[in-house]
Design a protein around this ligand. Structure first.
Ligand code: MSP
Length: 509
C-alpha cells in the first residue's frame, strides 16, 4: 500500500485579502506536500476559506454585500493567488459548502448527545475581530489581550462544550507525544495554559445569524471556531469514515501561525476527544512576519501584496526567500533589500551561475554531450559524498519542517560545486589532451551533483527546477528512485543553460 500524508493550512478569513502572512503558511504546506509526493507518498493537501462568523457578516454589511457575495468575491482572490504561487493543493474547502455544514452539524450532535455539549448562559467580554471570549482577569487594560482592541460585554444563552472535562486527558496526550505541538517553546506555552485550568467553552451564538445553525435549535449558530476547525475532517468526507477520511485521518501536520495555536492545540483536540476521533499527529506553529521592521497592518499601509512581488521578482524567488530567510517557527522581517540580496547572491550568483558555467563547459569541451566519468580522485569523492550526504540531510530536515536549514544544506553543495570548478580548473585540463578523461570526470560530476541539487529543490522551486532539469535533458518527473548518485546517463545531449535568475540591479525599490 502506498504511504499517505495529509497536510493542512488554516482556512483563511474572507474579510481580508491575501497577504504574505497567508502566502507563507500555504507555501510551507506546499513545499512539504511536494516533498512527500517526491518521496512517493500519496498526499492530501488541504486549504480553504473560513466564511462564517460575525467578523465576515460585519465586513459584508460594510461593503454592501451579502456575506456569501463577499465570500465568493474574496475566495477568488485567494484561489488566484494560490495558482500564481504554484500551490499544489488537493482540495479547497469553503465553510459555506454543504459537505462542510453537514459534517459540522454531525460532530456537534454527536458531542451533544454524549452530554459534552449542554445549554447554559454566558456572560463575558467578547473580542469581535478575534471572535474570542475573555474573562475579566484575562483582559489587558480592559482590552483584548491578543489584539489590544476594545471588547464588548455579552450575555447570551449559549451551548457550552465541556472542555474542562478533557483537561487531564489533553495534558497526558501532550506529555506522551513530545512532537504533537511544535516548536518546543510553543508546546511549553500550551502546557502552562492547560495547567492553569480549562473552562467550558461557549460554542454557540444568538446575537447574529451568519453561521451554521445548531441542529434542533435554530436560534443559535455554531461558534465560528468550532465550525472552522472541523473543516479538517469535513473535507475528507466526515461523517463518512471510509473514503478519504479513512485514508488520511489523523492528519500528519496542521500548519498554522502562532496566533491560532490555542485553537488548534487545545480546542480542536478536545473536540475530537469528545467525538471519539483520533487526534492530529502534529500541530506546527510558525512565527509572524513584520515588514521593514514594523507590524504589518492596513492602517500602516504596509501590507505586502504577494501578487505584486511575484510579478516583479518571479514566483520562485518569492518562494525561496520566504522559506530561506527565516527559520520556520521563528518570527522574521520582510524587507526588499533582503529579498534582492537573496535573489542576487543565492539564486543568480550561486545557483544560476553554476549551471550556466557547467553546461557552457560541456558545450565547449564535449559538444554538449554528457561525458562518461573516468577514475575518481579524492577531490571528486569529497564532492560526491557531500552531495549524497546532503540528500539524506535534506530528508531529515524536511521531517522537522526545517525548511531554511534544508536550503542551507543544499546551498553548501552548490557552493562546493563552484569551488570544485575553481580547484579542478577545467580550462587548464582542456588544453592538455592527456587530461581528457580527467576533464570528462569533472564535467560528469558537476552535472550529476547538480541533478541531485535540482531534484531536492523541486518542492521549493518547481518552475526553476523544471527548467534546469530540461537543460540537463532529464526525461521524467523527479522521483525518489532518482535521488541516488549515478543516474546521469553518459551520451545524453544537453543544452547550454540561460541565466535562471537575472540579477536585480536596482535594489532600493
Ligand atoms: N480563519 C482563521 C483560521 C481558522 S483555521 C481552522 C484565521 N484566519 S486568518 O486569515 O486570519 O489567518 C490565517 C493565517 O495567516 C494564520 O495562520 C496566521 O498566523 C497567518 N498570518 C496572518 N498574518 C501573518 C503574518 N504577518 N505573518 C505570518 N503569518 C500570519 O486565523
Amino acid at each position: 500500500m502506498q504511504k499517505t500524508f495529509y497536510v493542512t493550512t488554516p482556512i483563511y478569513y474572507v474579510n481580508d485579502v491575501p497577504h504574505i502572512g497567508h502566502a507563507y503558511t500555504t507555501l510551507a504546506a506546499d513545499v512539504i506536500a511536494r516533498y512527500k509526493r517526491l518521496m512517493g507518498y500519496e498526499v492530501f493537501f488541504l486549504t480553504g476559506s473560513d466564511e462564517h462568523g460575525q467578523k465576515v457578516e460585519k465586513a459584508a454589511t460594510a461593503s454592501g454585500e451579502t456575506p456569501l457575495e463577499l465570500a465568493d468575491r474574496v475566495v477568488k482572490r485567494f484561489q488566484a493567488l494560490w495558482e500564481k504561487l504554484g500551490i499544489s493543493s488537493t482540495d479547497f474547502i469553503r465553510t459555506t459548502q454543504e459537505r462542510h455544514k453537514a459534517g459540522v452539524a454531525r460532530i456537534f450532535t454527536t458531542i451533544l448527545e454524549k452530554g459534552d455539549i449542554y445549554l447554559g448562559e454566558y456572560e463575558d467580554w467578547y473580542c469581535t475581530p478575534c471572535e474570542t471570549f475573555w474573562t475579566e482577569t484575562q483582559l489587558t487594560d480592559d482590552k483584548c489581550p491578543d489584539c489590544n482592541r476594545p471588547v464588548d460585554k455579552l450575555k447570551e444563552e449559549s451551548y457550552f462544550f465541556r472542555m474542562s472535562k478533557y483537561q487531564e486527558q489533553l495534558l497526558a496526550h501532550i506529555e506522551a507525544n513530545p512532537d504533537f505541538i511544535q516548536p518546543k517553546s510553543k508546546r511549553n506555552e500550551i502546557i502552562a495554559f492547560v495547567k492553569e485550568g480549562l473552562r467550558d467553552l461557549s460554542v454557540s451564538r444568538t446575537t447574529f445569524r451568519w453561521g451554521i445553525p445548531v441542529p434542533g435549535n435554530e436560534a443559535h449558530v455554531i461558534y465560528v471556531w468550532f465550525d472552522a476547525l472541523t473543516n479538517y475532517i469535513t473535507a475528507l468526507g466526515y461523517p463518512d469514515e471510509g473514503g478519504n477520511y479513512g485514508t488520511f485521518w489523523p492528519v500528519d501536520v496542521h500548519l498554522i501561525g502562532k496566533d491560532i495555536l490555542r485553537f488548534h492545540a487545545v480546542y480542536w483536540p478536545t473536540f475530537l476527544m469528545a467525538a471519539g476521533l483520533p487526534l492530529p499527529r502534529k500541530v506546527f506553529a510558525h512565527g509572524w512576519w513584520t515588514v521593514e521592521g514594523q507590524k504589518m497592518s492596513k492602517s500602516l499601509q504596509n501590507v505586502v501584496e504577494p501578487n505584486m512581488l511575484i510579478d516583479k521578482y518571479g514566483v520562485d524567488a518569492i518562494r525561496y526567500f520566504l522559506l530561506r530567510e527565516v527559520p520556520f517557527g521563528l518570527d522574521g522581517d520582510f524587507s526588499h533589500a533582503a529579498l534582492v540580496h537573496r535573489i542576487n547572491s543565492d539564486l543568480a550568483n550561486d545557483l544560476g551561475n553554476l549551471l550556466n558555467r557547467s553546461t557552457a563547459m560541456v558545450a565547449k569541451y564535449f559538444g554538449g554531450v554528457v561525458p562518461a566519468p573516468g577514475e575518481e580522485t579524492a577531490l571528486d569523492r569529497v564532492y560526491r559524498e557531500k552531495t549524497v550526504a546532503m540528500v539524506g540531510q535534506v530528508g531529515e530536515l524536511m521531517e522537522e519542517l526545517a525548511f531554511s536549514r534544508a536550503l542551507q544544506a543544499i546551498w553548501e553543495v552548490i557552493g562546493a560545486g563552484n569551488k570544485y570548478i575553481d580547484e579542478t580548473a577545467p580550462w587548464t585540463l582542456a588544453k592538455d589532451p592527456e587530461q581528457r578523461e580527467r576533464l570528462a570526470t569533472v564535467m560528469h560530476y558537476l552535472l550529476e551533483s547538480q541533478r541531485l541539487v535540482y531534484f531536492v529543490l523541486t518542492p521549493f522551486l518547481p518552475k526553476t527546477t523544471a527548467k534546469a532539469l530540461a537543460y540537463l535533458s532529464w526525461p521524467d518527473a523527479p522521483s525518489a528512485a532518482g535521488l541516488v548518485w549515478g543516474k546521469l546517463v553518459a551520451g545524453t545531449a544537453i543544452a547550454r543553460a540561460e541565466a535562471l535568475f537575472p540579477r536585480i540591479e536596482n535594489s532600493d525599490s
